[in-house]
Each structure stands twice: as C-alpha cells, then as structure tokens.
Design a protein around this ligand. Sequence first.
Ligand code: HEC
Ligand code: HEC
Length: 250
Amino acid sequence: MKGLTALLLLLVATAPAVAGEVRAPATFLSPDLRALQGDPSRHPGWLWIDTGEALWRAAPAGGRPSCQGCHGDITGMRGVATRYPQVAQTGDLLNLEGRIETCRSSHQQAPALGYESEALLSLTAAVALQSRSLPVSVATDGPAARFVAEGRRLYTLRQGQLNLSCAQCHDENVGRRLRGDVISSGVGTGFPAYRLEWNTMGSLHRRLRACSLGVRATQFPLGAPEYLALELYLAARAKGLPVETPGIRR
Ligand code: HEC
Ligand code: HEC
C-alpha cells in the first residue's frame, strides 16, 4: 500500500501540469537512451529486425508463398505502419500484428504466430521499421470513427483501485516523474519496443497491460478489442508524430 499512497500523493499534491501538446516519446528519453534508439549497431531491438527480415523472405510449410513472394522486398512496406490500426473490409479493427496474422491465416494458410511470439514481434517490428520517422496518419473518420470514440472513452475513464484515467497521467501529469520514469504523452509510436525492464522486445498491448496493472485496473488480453480501440485513439492523438519503431525504453 505504501507505493500506492506515494503515487496518489504525487498525482494529487502537485499542481496541474500544462495539458495539451502531445510530444514524441523520444523527447522524454534520457540522452543515453535516445542515442541508443538511433544507433542500429548498439540497439538490441535490431536482433528482432534481422529475424523479421529473414521471416519475411522464408516460405511457410505447405508450398504457399512467403511474404516477399506476394509483397516483394520489405522496403515496399514503406508508410504502411503509419496507417494502422485500420478498419479492414470485414469491419474488424486490425493493428499491424492483426494484419500480419490475417495474411498468415488467409494468404499463407499457416497457423497463427500468436500475440507476443518472437516471430510476430519480429515481423511487426521489421514492417514498422520501413515507416521509421514517417508521420502517423491513421484514418479516424468513416468506419474508424466509432472505434476512435470507444478508445477515447476508455482513455478518459477512471479505472482500477487508484481510480485514475490514462489522461490523468498522460495528459495532466506529462513530464512528472513516477517510480523513476518520466511520464510521457503515452503514444504507441515506438512499439514494438525493446524495454530494458523486460529484457526483450514487447508489443504495445503488453505495455498497456503494465499501465492497467499500475492502477490496479482490469488487464485485458493482448489483442483485446479494448486495447485495439485504445491503440487507435493513441494513434489519433499521435497524428503527425514520427514512427519510432523499434523504440528503446527503460
Ligand atoms: C498470397 C499473397 C500474400 C502473402 C503470402 C502475404 N500477403 Fe500480406 N497481403 C496480401 C494482400 C492481398 C493484402 C491486401 C489486403 C487483403 O486483401 O488481405 C495484404 C496486405 C498486407 C499488409 C497491409 C498492407 C497495407 O497497405 O495496408 C501487410 C502489412 C501485410 N500484408 C504483411 C504480410 C506479411 C508480414 C506476410 C508474411 C507473413 C504476408 N503479408 C503474406 C497478400 C499476401
Ligand atoms: C499512474 C499513471 C499512469 C496511468 C494511469 C497510465 N499510465 Fe501509461 N505509463 C505510465 C508511465 C510512468 C509510463 C512509462 C513512462 C512513459 O513512457 O510515459 C507509461 C507508459 C505508457 C506508454 C508507453 C509510452 C512509450 O513510448 O514507451 C503508453 C502507450 C501508455 N503508457 C498508455 C497508457 C494508457 C492507454 C493508459 C490507460 C489505459 C495508461 N497509459 C495509464 C503511467 C501511467
């Protein structure tokens, strides 16, 4: 309980921060981590990039084409990640992981890789890397509008034993320190990211589960509709900010 009390005191006792501007995650990193994020020769996440690029070229069992067989060189994926999550023709909201899994099952007739599997993290990171530094440009109108609205509802909903919303931390307390972290604008533009605390690459939904746990709220499963809607809302807030994947985090 001590940790919880300290957290509440921090958030309640400090004067309200200036809400508004959504800033790129890299601007909150320590100089060391920011340098690491920009240096492929030292960034541990590049192991996953290499794996992802190899998987892109590898044909699955059963004679179906590789990703490359249909899509050509992975550099052709430039800009794709800036448009995800996106509503598919089926009406489902798909993030990049979901889009890749759909190609696995319907175009390669291969078993799903599974959320948070090394293979899916690697492919997602390698595809997203092709959009590194390009501005987020998700669609928020048309069929996406109701998902954005649901994401906004969840983002502003007070949750858990601490009764805190995402917005109370990631809008109202941006720049404050919390348990050794600087609270950022809470956008997903660096994911999948290598987190030192995890000692591995992880998805945005894994990060969101950590935030849910932090306020003792319900943790939804990886890939859950709630986290997909939140992911789209975070991307809507991040429009125009550069994709940073693979990010590096504490
Ligand atoms: C048999 C051909 C085929 C294979 C193999 C295939 N895809 Fe696709 N992919 C498509 C088609 C067609 C689309 C367009 C959406 C649709 O109709 O499903 C697509 C869409 C995509 C998109 C979204 C592109 C966009 O502009 O929104 C991504 C990302 C993607 N595929 C990744 C992959 C990956 C990663 C693999 C390998 C695991 C793969 N695909 C294997 C045919 C394929
Ligand atoms: C008690 C404060 C708090 C609450 C409430 C909270 N978070 Fe966080 N969140 C953090 C901290 C601290 C971090 C790690 C530092 C950072 O990147 O902001 C973090 C990290 C993140 C990140 C990763 C940012 C990055 O670039 O690595 C995202 C995305 C995020 N939060 C989204 C959310 C969402 C969505 C919610 C609501 C479901 C939420 N957070 C609720 C404190 C909070």
